[in-house]
Design a protein around this ligand. Structure first.
Ligand code: THU
Length: 143
């Protein structure tokens, strides 16, 4: 897992460079590892109609699902504000909607890496970030 963690972290940082965030100036990148072993990355894509903005985590997850990958093992998330010039650690915690979207496709054991730098990151599980989440099993226990 160590090597793959590093790969995920690097890809999340790289993806944040593609962020389209002219309004908030908060750039986010995510990289999600599918059960197939493939990694999908994504960034936040903002819109002049602010509510149409899509978060990095959802970009990555939706890219994966749209390519047939529907089960995940880990996700790395990196975010930073262009307005913050200090080198202080920043961890980008996923918003509530992204936690809910991850809960659709991931077990509570999903590893979530909250990345400040390549060597400075927090580890959480999805279950810690979204306890008692509402998921597919609540609607249809055959899923
Ligand atoms: N953002 C993400 O990409 N992921 C999150 O989980 C939190 C927020 C983005 C959305 C918006 O472009 C910017 O961060 C500021 O909210």
């Amino acid at each position: 897992m160590g090597k793959i963690k590093n790969k995920l972290i690097k890809q999340a940082i790289n993806a944040s460079r593609e962020s389209y965030a002219p309004y908030s100036k908060y750039r986010v990148g995510a990289a999600i590892l599918g059960e197939s072993g493939k990694i999908y990355s994504g960034c936040n894509v903002e819109n002049a109609s602010y509510g149409a903005t899509i978060c990095a985590e959802r970009t990555a997850a939706v890219k994966a699902v749209s390519e047939g990958e529907t089960k995940f093992i880990a996700i790395a998330i990196h975010g930073y504000s262009e307005l913050n010039s200090s080198s202080e650690s920043e961890y980008a915690f996923p918003c509530g909607i992204c936690r809910q979207v991850l809960n659709e496709f991931c077990d509570p054991t999903l590893l979530v890496l909250l990345v400040s730098t390549e060597n400075d990151y927090l580890e959480r599980s999805l279950g810690e970030l979204l306890p008692d989440g509402f998921g597919p099993a609540n609607l249809n226990n055959k899923l």
